[in-house]
Design a protein around this ligand. Structure first.
Ligand code: SAH
Ligand code: SF4
Ligand code: F3S
Length: 450
């Protein structure tokens, strides 16, 4: 056994990450686990001994991308039979058996099984496919220091909770990620101190619903507002962000903490999903349109100019023209800076898949989605145009994709600003004046403070 292990040492690992920021953070955890066992990170897929896809199941098209990718990888494997291919993440958890049937797949691991990846990689061979999709309610990957690879990166993610207990009726996440659990305060502070020493300039605290973070010890209960203040105080020179907040749980304490703490960014991502109370009820979101607007008003009053973004999708079961209009009206009322807009995709195993009929025809879903996108694009353009002439501090993230002469970064409100490079360094904060705007980007120039 020892001999087999030795013969497999020094293998090169290539990881591709799909889906949400949680998966980005998880891929780093996976790399940290594998590196501690003498595996190496490889950036070029052609040179890899082990290829891992960290997958998402949130909508059908997210899974379709993986099936297409696997068909491509089948070709790569024909040329080099020694390559091992593994599927991890939400799709691995949801349909492990089906994935193992694919010619290219050698091993499968669910989100709570990453500590066993080395064994899975070692056990998988030409004749044996292996999987581990056990849930572990205690698994928060404590003691594993995620390795943030790219030296140019100035921003990174830190998971504070895993799993979800909300069971929104359309959503697969509670089934792929298991029950919610919070990481210990000590673990989080340990990780962020490492990130500080690595010179990161911005961290984003992650959870499906960060507001339900709770870490209890014999003498104190740390909730999310307390945690984020502690993180902000520990890293006074870094920008602190968080996602995602559930509207039913976002507290006044959090809103005041954001307003009062300079390095907590004034941006809140607050997914609304629908503007219709009938649909919100069918979704089991546990808030009404009115309660959502009350929270937004509170945010706008306590944190003037707070950046606001949301998620919304159309075409859920029973969504009438009237329900859809209420969603459009909500977009108009709030005027989010940006929104992630989707059309409903039935996820097998969810409450909605078992109990509701997917009764909005595909063409109508598409029509409604296009209408939402058109409306939000015009709102984003209006919001961005209003910023022309204003000055914003921008954390420089890198060079613009379009031109080597331009750089880009984000304001604390999460607006992207592109500006001529002007000797600016990645990782520094520069003051920019906005001179032009599109619906997605602000164009600025650097202003020198006198
Ligand atoms: N925890 C976050 C969201 C996680 S999933 C929250 O509660 O808001 C990210 C987004 O995908 C959701 O906000 C929702 O807008 C969308 N989504 C989730 N399931 C979906 C489905 N079955 N069809 C279409 N969109 C979906
Ligand atoms: Fe899914 Fe709802 Fe949990 Fe978000 S809160 S992950 S939408 S079940
Ligand atoms: Fe996708 Fe899983 Fe994230 S389903 S959105 S990768 S939690």
């Amino acid at each position: 056994m020892q001999f087999i292990y030795n013969s497999l040492m020094n293998q090169k690992i290539y990881i591709e990450t799909y889906g949400c920021q949680m998966n980005v953070a998880d891929s780093e955890t996976v790399m940290a686990i594998l590196k501690s066992k003498d595996f190496f990170a490889e950036q070029n897929i052609e040179n890899a001994d082990v290829i891992i896809l960290n997958t998402c199941s949130v909508r059908e098209n997210a899974e379709q991308r993986i099936w297409n990718r696997l068909d491509f990888l089948k070709g790569l494997k024909k040329r080099n039979k020694k390559i091992k291919i593994g599927i991890i993440g939400c799709m691995a958890q949801r349909i492990s058996e089906k994935l193992l049937e694919h010619e290219a797949v050698d091993f499968v691991a669910g989100p709570d099984s990453y500590r066993f990846l080395v064994d899975l990689i070692n056990e998988a061979d030409l004749h044996t496919k292996v999987s581990n999709t056990n849930f572990d309610i205690n698994e928060t990957y404590s003691g594993i220091e995620s390795i943030k690879e790219n030296k140019n990166k100035i921003s990174c993610f830190v998971s504070i909770t895993r799993g979800c207990n909300n069971f929104c009726t359309y959503c697969i996440v509670p089934y792929t990620r298991g029950r919610e659990r919070s990481r210990s305060l000590e673990d989080i502070l340990h990780e962020i101190n490492i990130l500080k020493s690595l010179n990161y300039k911005e961290i984003t605290l992650l959870g499906q619903n960060v507001n339900s973070y709770l870490y209890s010890t014999s003498n104190q209960d740390i909730n999310f507002p307390k945690l984020i203040c502690k993180v902000a105080e520990t890293l006074p020179d870094l920008r602190i962000r968080f996602t995602t907040s559930h509207p039913k749980d976002i507290s006044n304490d959090l809103i005041y903490a954001i307003a009062e703490t300079p390095n907590i960014c004034n941006h809140i991502h607050l997914p609304v999903q629908s503007g219709s109370n009938k649909i919100l009820d069918l979704m089991n979101r546990k808030y009404t349109h009115e309660l959502y607007l009350e929270r937004i008003e509170k945010i706008k009053t306590i944190i003037p100019n707070c950046g606001l973004s949301t998620d919304m999708f159309c075409g859920f079961s029973n969504e009438s023209e009237q329900d859809f209009l209420e969603s459009l009206n909500l977009l108009k009322t709030v005027e989010f800076d940006s929104a992630f807009l989707f059309k409903y995709s039935v996820r097998e195993g969810t409450y909605a898949a078992k109990n509701f009929i997917d009764d909005v025809p595909e063409e109508l879903k598409m029509e409604r989605l296009n209408e939402m996108i058109k409306l939000q694009t015009s709102i984003s353009l209006k919001k961005n145009t209003e910023k022309i002439g204003e000055n914003f501090d921008v954390l420089v993230e890198g060079f613009s994709k379009r031109s080597e002469n331009d750089m880009f970064g984000r304001t604390e409100h999460n607006n992207v600003v592109v500006f001529p490079k002007n000797n600016c360094k990645i990782g520094t904060i520069v003051k920019t004046k906005i001179i032009e705007a599109t619906s997605a980007t602000l164009l600025g120039k650097v202003v020198i403070d006198k």
